[in-house]
Design a protein around this ligand. Structure first.
Ligand code: NCD
Length: 308
C-alpha cells in the first residue's frame, strides 16, 4: 500500500486484523523498546487546517520510530500557498525533501490529488469534509479493544454526519462487519446521499434517527461528533444531538461513548468521569495506530531518491 487516502483501501477484515495485531504489539512494548524502522527517514507534516491530536500524534509516532520531521502547522498561512502556489506544485517540491507526506487540507479529494503528483507516500490526515482514514482506523481499533468484537454491535453515529470526515471514513470500515448503524442527526446534518447509497449497496443495516434520546437505550457504542461549524458557511441552525447528565441514564451500563475530539458541547464535561466515556483513551490509541500505519507505509516505500 503506497498511499493512505481513504478507508476504502482497508475494506478487508484480514487487513484490519493485521493492523489491530501490530498496533496491539506496539502498545504493549515498554516505552524504550520501540523498533526504529524510520531511522534515517524524514516525514513531512503539511497541515493547511487546524489540528492538535492528528499532527502531534503523527509527529510523536515518527519520533518514537526513530524518524525525523519537517513540520508545518499552518501551511495555509505560512507556506507559499499564500503566494498562490497550487497544492500540486507544493507537493511536487516537498516530495523531493521527505520520504512521506502527511497532509491535511480543506478540500475534499486533495489527498488524492496530491498522490497523483507525489514521488513519496501521501497519508490523508483529513481532506475537508471528505475523509480522515487514520482517525477511523484508530476508532475501529478502539471499538475492538473495548468491546472485543465489532460484529453484531449496535453503533450510533451522531452529530454532523453531513460534514464529519471521521464519520465518513468510519462508516466505510463498519460496512465490512455485520453491524447495525443508527445515523443520528437532524435533517440539516444527515448523512449525504453518496454515503447513504454506499451503505445501501453494501446491505449494511442502518436507520435514520432525528433524536438521540429515541435510540440511546439500544446502543453498544455511541460515537458522537461536534458540529463542524467551519464547513457550515453560517447556514445551519438546527440543534445537534448532545449527551448530557440527564439523557446519559438511558445508555446501557456496558456501552462505550466515543468522540474523535475536539469536544465542544456535544458531551457535557461532567460525563468525562463516567467509565463509559473512553474518548481520551481513544485519542491515545491514535499514537499506536499511526505508528503501525507509518511502519507499514514506509517499509514499502523506497528511500529518498539519491541526488541526481
Ligand atoms: C477530527 C477532524 O479533524 O476531522 N479531529 C481529529 O482529527 N481528531 C474531528 C473534528 O474536528 O471534529
Amino acid at each position: 500500500m503506497q498511499h493512505i487516502l481513504s478507508t476504502k483501501q482497508f475494506l478487508d477484515t484480514k487487513i484490519l486484523n493485521q493492523l489491530f495485531n501490530s498496533t496491539q504489539k506496539l502498545q504493549s512494548l515498554p516505552l524504550n523498546k520501540y523498533p526504529k524502522p524510520l531511522k534515517g527517514r524524514i516525514i513531512a507534516t503539511l497541515f493547511y487546517e487546524p489540528s492538535t491530536r492528528t499532527r502531534l500524534s503523527f509527529e510523536s509516532a515518527v519520533l518514537k520510530l526513530g524518524g525525523s520531521l519537517l513540520s508545518t502547522e499552518n501551511a495555509a498561512a505560512t507556506s507559499s500557498a499564500v503566494k498562490g502556489e497550487t497544492l500540486e506544485d507544493t507537493i511536487r517540491v516537498v516530495s523531493s525533501y521527505a520520504d512521506a507526506i502527511i497532509l491535511r487540507h480543506k478540500d475534499p479529494g486533495s489527498a488524492e490529488r496530491a498522490s497523483l503528483v507525489s514521488d513519496v507516500p501521501i497519508i490523508n490526515a483529513g481532506d475537508g469534509s471528505g475523509e480522515h482514514p487514520t482517525q477511523a482506523l484508530l476508532d475501529l481499533y478502539t471499538i475492538q479493544q473495548y468491546k472485543h468484537k465489532i460484529d453484531r454491535l449496535k453503533i450510533g453515529l451522531a452529530g454532523d454526519l453531513l460534514h464529519s470526515r471521521t464519520l465518513h471514513s468510519l462508516l466505510y470500515l463498519l460496512s465490512v462487519y455485520n453491524v447495525e448503524l443508527y445515523l443520528i442527526a437532524p435533517s440539516d446534518y444527515q448523512l449525504g446521499k453518496e454515503y447513504l447509497e454506499y451503505l445501501r449497496s453494501t446491505k449494511t443495516k442502518f436507520q435514520i434517527i432525528n433524536n438521540l434520546d429515541n435510540c440511546l437505550e439500544d446502543l453498544d457504542v455511541l460515537y458522537i461528533n461536534r458540529l463542524q461549524m467551519e464547513r457550515h458557511l453560517g447556514k445551519s441552525k438546527q440543534p445537534a444531538p448532545s449527551l448530557t447528565t440527564s439523557n446519559i441514564g438511558l445508555l446501557k451500563p456496558e456501552a462505550i461513548i466515543m468522540n474523535p475530539l475536539p469536544r465542544v458541547d456535544e458531551i457535557a464535561v461532567d460525563i468525562d468521569k463516567d467509565r463509559r466515556a473512553i474518548y481520551f483513551a481513544q485519542a491515545k490509541n491514535g499514537l499506536f495506530v499511526r505508528m503501525s500505519l507509518l511502519q507499514q507505509v514506509l517499509s514499502a516505500a523506497p528511500r529518498l531518491q539519491k541526488q541526481r
